[in-house]
Ligand binder design. Structure first.
Ligand code: SAH
Length: 196
């Protein structure tokens, strides 16, 4: 397949943590992502008070924006530095607590209560811990997942979705023979087979 050159590539959690330590975070968009702005109505579909999930959230600024609109935001991210930067850069007071079901994990929660960010691997989560979501913003998430873990990632995401949820997925299109990723190239045919 045309993504064959990437299928065995692995980016470890350690490497992600290092990117955050070094400030090597070219993927972060300080002003938010234009595609979320463009498709916000599709995500919300006129509904209010939604639960919105940000997998592999980094410090995506839209978590604050959606919370300000009255939605509840849940994110998951391996880098604690990323999550702390999120709260401090938006001047949001927060508290930290352990997550009893996941050893070593922490939950950082805005004092106002409507932003809960889990510091752990997404593979440690389940709907019994975080519940189900009405909307998902997947940018830099599926395309950051190691190609060998894609099916596991998508199967988990499906278990986290409510019946009528909307899932916005951003992928990038490029020649996978010229760039090793991440972001990885995920062909549209694979997205169809992954999500069914
Ligand atoms: N969605 C964010 C960040 C994209 S970069 C944005 O759009 O800006 C991918 C992020 O996933 C990195 O911050 C990395 O630290 C995190 N990450 C990588 N593997 C992870 C995993 N297994 N569980 C949770 N977070 C992970």
């Amino acid at each position: 397949s045309d993504s064959g050159s990437q299928k065995d590539r692995v980016v470890t959690e350690e490497e992600w943590l290092q990117k955050w330590e070094m400030g090597n975070i070219g993927f972060h968009k300080e002003k938010g992502h234009p595609l979320l702005k463009k498709y916000l109505d599709v995500l919300l579909n006129g509904r209010s008070g939604l639960r919105i999930f940000f997998p592999l959230c980094g410090k995506a600024v839209e978590m604050k924006r959606l919370a300000d609109m009255g939605h509840s935001v849940v994110g998951v991210e391996v880098s604690e530095k990323a999550l702390k930067e999120f709260f401090t850069e938006h001047n949001l007071p927060y508290c930290e607590e352990p997550v009893p079901e996941i050893s070593g994990a922490k939950k950082l929660q805005s004092t106002s209560g409507n932003i809960s960010l889990y510091c752990c691997s997404i593979y440690d989560l389940s709907s019994s811990i975080v519940g189900k979501f009405d909307g998902v913003w997947d940018r830099g998430a599926l395309v950051a997942v190691n190609p060998r873990d894609r099916q596991r990632y998508v199967s988990l995401m499906i278990t986290l979705m409510e019946k009528n949820s909307s899932y916005l997925l951003v992928t990038v299109s490029y020649d996978p023979n010229k760039h090793k990723g991440p972001p990885f190239y995920v062909p549209e045919s694979e997205i169809k087979s992954l999500f069914g």
